[in-house]
Write a protein that binds this ligand. Structure first.
Ligand code: SAH
Length: 376
């Protein structure tokens, strides 16, 4: 059997250089390849006219530039596009492009499903089918870049957030590779502040992150005390708040004084949205250089949580602003195509049985009958 072809979409500059050096090619040809693949979107080696015929033939023999297969595409009225793409194990993951006031932000998935099972997140309910490869993650970016070329809005891709399905810091090497590709001038050329890896709090890998990439860090906090956070984000039982905040401090001391961590806080009615919660959050974050991003809870069928009333959301935000924080409210986009935070589900081949247990639980609740949108 032939060896599987290397999908060049998943190699950053260092990876391409290593690959080329492996058969005696000049490493600088990696630069030419990067530009063809990511800037110009070329997938046929024959079109890469400034590479020698021999190199083109070798590349065509051993490698490929294979974007992910799109299973479904949905366009919302507000300009948001969501793709469902097929990945290795037979699952599908979702990618969302969000045009917004001068920016084109892409939200990418790093795993098929998610193993963390946060109480309020639809992705977790689908179970888990493993890590995506670097090519599967970078492929999502490649697709969106081609779409933006077609839209020709003069901006192209401006921001990428690892906030789709999965926990990026549990697919560490692949996500670091893609982050570095995103920041490479010869590929996507995004600045380090415009590439953000978001984590539910995988402490050991937060500590490693700054050593491997300069991209920005966001932490999904959602609670200011361990008792509540244990319930909302089960990973907190392993890495409680004090350790998580220490890790954020270490990260900042590594990346430099002038940078900050983004704290994500999903507001859930009657759970974490009172002024006392806001005060506790303000107190907890006092030592940390951070910006707070409030996400009004995005509903999905049988979530068991609700979005707070608009007044409560405003009061929470105002409290933080008065306490001296930068506190932004994340606009809900792509709601009608279930593309908002926490609504991405794809079609994950669950290897953990979590989905089956979730469905069984729903079936025991008579109130849930007839609205099992998550359960086809
Ligand atoms: N696993 C990573 C990456 C996912 S980012 C992380 O936890 O950071 C997706 C963001 O949306 C996270 O902050 C997540 O907590 C939040 N989220 C999940 N479900 C949500 C929901 N139903 N409503 C609002 N935000 C949600």
């Amino acid at each position: 059997m032939n060896a599987p072809r290397v999908n060049l979409l998943g190699l950053d500059r260092a990876g391409l250089e290593r690959y080329l050096a492996g058969f005696g090619e000049k490493p600088y040809r990696a630069r030419i390849l990067l530009r063809w693949i990511h800037k110009r979107g070329v997938t046929r080696f024959d079109d890469m006219t400034d590479l020698s015929k021999a190199l083109r033939a070798r590349l065509a023999d051993e490698t490929e530039i294979r974007p992910p297969e799109v299973e479904e595409r949905r366009d919302a009225a507000d300009g948001v596009t969501k793709w469902s793409v097929t990945v290795g194990g037979g699952s599908a993951v979702e990618t969302v492009l969000i045009p917004d006031r001068g920016r084109n932000t892409l939200c990418i998935s790093s795993q098929a499903g998610c193993a963390l099972d946060c109480a309020f997140c639809a992705t977790g309910k689908q179970g888990f089918d493993g890590n995506l490869t670097p090519a599967e993650i970078a492929g999502q970016v490649w697709l969106a870049a081609r779409e933006l070329e077609r839209r020709d809005d003069g901006r192209g891709l401006t921001n990428v957030v690892f906030m789709g399905m999965g926990e990026p810091l549990l697919n560490f090497d692949a996500c670091v590779t893609v982050a570095n590709l995103l920041m490479d001038d010869l590929a996507y050329g995004l600045s380090k502040r415009r590439v953000t890896i978001s984590t539910a709090g995988v402490v050991p890998n937060i500590l490693k992150l700054a050593e491997r990439t300069e991209c920005a860090l966001a932490v999904s906090l959602h609670a200011a005390d361990d008792a509540l956070r244990d319930r909302l984000v089960p990973l907190n039982r392993r890495y409680p708040l004090a350790e998580l905040l220490d890790a954020c401090q270490s990260y900042l001391s590594c990346v430099g004084e002038r940078r900050s961590v983004t704290i994500e806080y999903a507001l859930m009615k009657g759970v974490n949205d009172s002024l006392a919660d806001a005060a506790a959050l303000a107190r907890l974050l006092r030592p940390l250089r951070c910006k707070i991003n409030l996400i009004p809870f995005n509903p999905f069928p049988n979530a068991g949580f609700e979005r707070p009333d608009p007044d409560a959301i405003t009061a929470f935000q105002t409290y933080l602003l008065n306490a001296g924080y930068t506190a932004t409210l994340r606009a809900t986009r792509g709601d009608e195509i279930a593309a908002a935070c926490g609504q991405l589900t794809g079609a994950v081949r669950d290897r953990t049985n979590r989905r089956a247990r979730y469905i069984a639980r729903l079936r025991q609740q008579p109130a849930a009958a007839g609205q099992e949108g998550l359960v086809p």
